[in-house]
Design a protein around this ligand. Structure first.
Ligand code: F6R
Length: 592
């Protein structure tokens, strides 16, 4: 949520670089954006609603020579989407400028105190209050001390970056929201919410951890603990991603590119060290309760874990959404195993579940795509998902890779890891065949038929029930069509009343055991006029439209979700929505 990017160094085109970098962070928020650049003894701020502007259409003074600039792309929390609420925020005397990601939970109390002292605010944001708090401190302290004093008053999760018109430095601090320092050549530094912003320039990074701050000047990056102001020596890490995988290439959108990458991401996800998978499987076998925890799509992947472990290993595991975890923490002890599942490793609700579980001494093993994320660093052990950057807001390739890892773990927990691997290798090969242009066109044709519907339903049984829920998320978030997923057998207990003539109903057919039951459910819907779209290895009489998927037994949730991802993508295109940047959403949800 919200993208931050800053640069300090010898390059004189800092502003242009920051604007370009912000574009690669737009998946984190795109309702407004802004930039601040430092001139000799002044700061120029430019901010606007909408997506990051095209460089050639921006005012000329923004692109003059500067060696220090910071920028922000916003996902609104406090205050509507207006120019005034966009970041950066100036102090009243235009001395400092600040950008922020997160929520300053106690901002209102602090704002009231500042109002009493005569401060005047120009926006409705919590961010502007931090700027004023620093300004108040600047009356008595230097820049660094003022920032430190102000930060200590903030309750909540945040990442902030601040510059002063008379100082050639960037100060940044974080608690909960990510900030990464990129180390360039010749004493230059980048600071960003995510690495794609500077991947073009450097792969060398240093991570800011919670309650730490960094002071970046040309030639030096000094890290401190905020509470004690003790200096910390950071390890430099080399990122494995390259800038090409972080770009769209020949595809019109990241979402389509990432869907198509599933031809090979599954191979990468299952190419794990057997010892690691066995170690995690042992931890599951020995734990007094295993909890899979995640949010949104990752939460649905957690729910498949319950079914996959039951079917494959006859074992009970629990799944819970990160945001619902607070009511479950009473059951967590130092013998519990928590398995957070996440693409970004930065989702606030999931991180909070980890914090709660860590407090009682539970073991944390995450399944996470961003290996250098906060989540990865908070865990005792991680299983990397190895999908490379996923930039479209709608998760696709990481979802299927995470499910593949769950299948590996379930087989490993009954000492049948190689059996699981063979199944997944076959699945990966079949996906490779499936994702051909003819297949994609067949689904695009279906999208043409469905584009004007305002409601559709998806049903599944067993491990395909969570995928019915996930299908609904995919369709909702990019096509804006009302979509709901149900356990197929539940339909007759209420929701079937919603079926009218031609109501689209997608039927995710699972492995043989549940096949006849779900086809009966499809028949019940058809008898009431429903238009049945079957996602199934075989054609069935009840289908009005058939989308063929390969036969892969218990791995069927992996193959069944892929055509729905393609359908959601094409519906977004036909309904003139941008699938990479759906309204009201952001890629990393770093607020509660
Ligand atoms: C939907 C989607 C979200 C994320 C959720 C958790 O397509 O991507 O629902 O799954 O916000 O994000 P991560 O996996 O980064 O923890």
């Amino acid at each position: 949520m919200c993208g931050i990017f800053g640069y300090i160094g010898p390059k004189t085109n800092a502003a242009k670089m920051v604007i370009e970098g912000l574009k690669s962070l737009e998946y984190r928020g795109y309702d407004s954006w802004g930039i601040a650049l430092k001139t000799d003894n002044d700061i120029i701020v430019y901010k606007k609603t909408g997506k990051v502007g095209e460089i050639n259409k921006l005012p000329k003074n923004l692109l003059g020579k500067t060696e220090l600039a910071i920028g922000h792309t916003r996902w609104a929390t406090h205050g509507g989407v207006t120019n005034a609420n966009a970041h950066p925020h100036f102090t009243e005397n235009k001395e400092i400028v600040l950008i922020h990601n997160g929520i300053f939970e106690n901002y209102f109390e602090v704002k009231k105190q500042l109002l009493r002292k005569g401060h005047k605010f120009t926006s409705e944001t919590d961010t502007e209050v931090i700027a004023h708090l620093i300004q108040e401190n600047l009356k008595r302290h230097d820049f660094e001390q003022s920032v430190k004093n102000a930060i200590k008053k903030i309750e909540g999760r945040y990442a902030i970056v601040i510059i002063h018109k008379n100082e050639n430095k960037i100060i940044a601090a974080r608690r909960g929201s990510p900030l990464i320092v990129g180390v360039g050549k010749n004493g230059e530094y980048y600071i960003a919410s995510d690495v794609p912003a500077f991947l073009k320039y450097t792969k060398k990074v240093m991570y800011l951890d919670n309650d730490q701050m960094v002071i970046l000047s040309e030639n030096s990056a000094k890290f401190y603990e905020i509470k004690t102001h003790k200096e910390i020596h950071k390890k430099m890490i080399e990122i494995g991603w390259d800038s090409q995988t972080a770009e769209k290439g020949a595809y019109a959108h990241f979402m389509l590119k990432e869907i198509m990458e599933q031809k090979e991401t599954l191979y990468r996800a299952i190419n794990q060290d057997d010892r690691l998978i066995k170690k995690v499987a042992d931890a599951i076998n020995n734990a007094c309760g295993t909890y899979f925890v995640g949010c949104g799509t990752a939460g649905k992947v957690c729910l498949t874990a319950e079914y996959l472990f039951s079917e494959i290993a006859h074992k009970h595991v629990n799944s819970i959404f990160g945001s619902e975890f607070p009511t479950h923490h009473h059951f967590i002890t130092n013998k519990t195993l928590l398995i957070p599942i996440s693409q970004s490793g930065e989702t606030a609700d999931t991180l909070e579940a980890i914090e709660v579980a860590k407090e009682v001494g539970a073991k944390i093993i995450s399944i996470v795509n961003v290996e250098t994320s906060t989540m990865a660093r908070m865990s005792d052990l991680i299983i990397p998902v190895k999908c490379g950057p996923e930039k479209a807001v709608a998760s696709t390739k990481v979802t299927t890779a995470q499910m593949a890892i769950l299948i590996l773990l379930a087989y490993a927990s009954i000492e049948k890891l190689s059996e699981g691997k063979i199944l997944l290798l076959e699945t990966a090969e079949k996906i490779n065949d499936m994702l051909n242009p003819g297949y994609v066109m067949h689904i695009f044709k279906l999208a043409e038929k469905l584009k004007n519907f305002e409601s559709m339903y998806i049903i599944g049984r067993g491990a395909n029930y969570p995928m019915a829920l996930e299908s609904a998320i995919k369709l909702q978030e990019v096509s804006y069509i009302h979509a709901e997923g149900f356990a197929a057998g539940e339909l007759k207990h209420g929701p079937i009343a919603l079926i009218q003539k031609n109501t689209p109903c997608i039927v995710l057919v699972g492995e043989n055991g549940s096949k006849s039951a779900i086809l009966s459910n499809a028949m019940e819907v058809r008898a009431r006029g429903g238009y049945i779209i079957g996602v199934s290895p075989t054609h069935e009489e009840v289908f009005d439209y058939w989308i063929r998927v390969p036969e892969v037994s218990i791995a069927s949730p992996i193959v069944n979700i892929i055509p729905i991802q393609i359908l959601a993508y094409q519906l977004a295109i036909l309904r003139k929505n941008n699938p990479d940047m759906p309204r009201n959403l952001a890629k990393s949800v770093t607020v509660k």
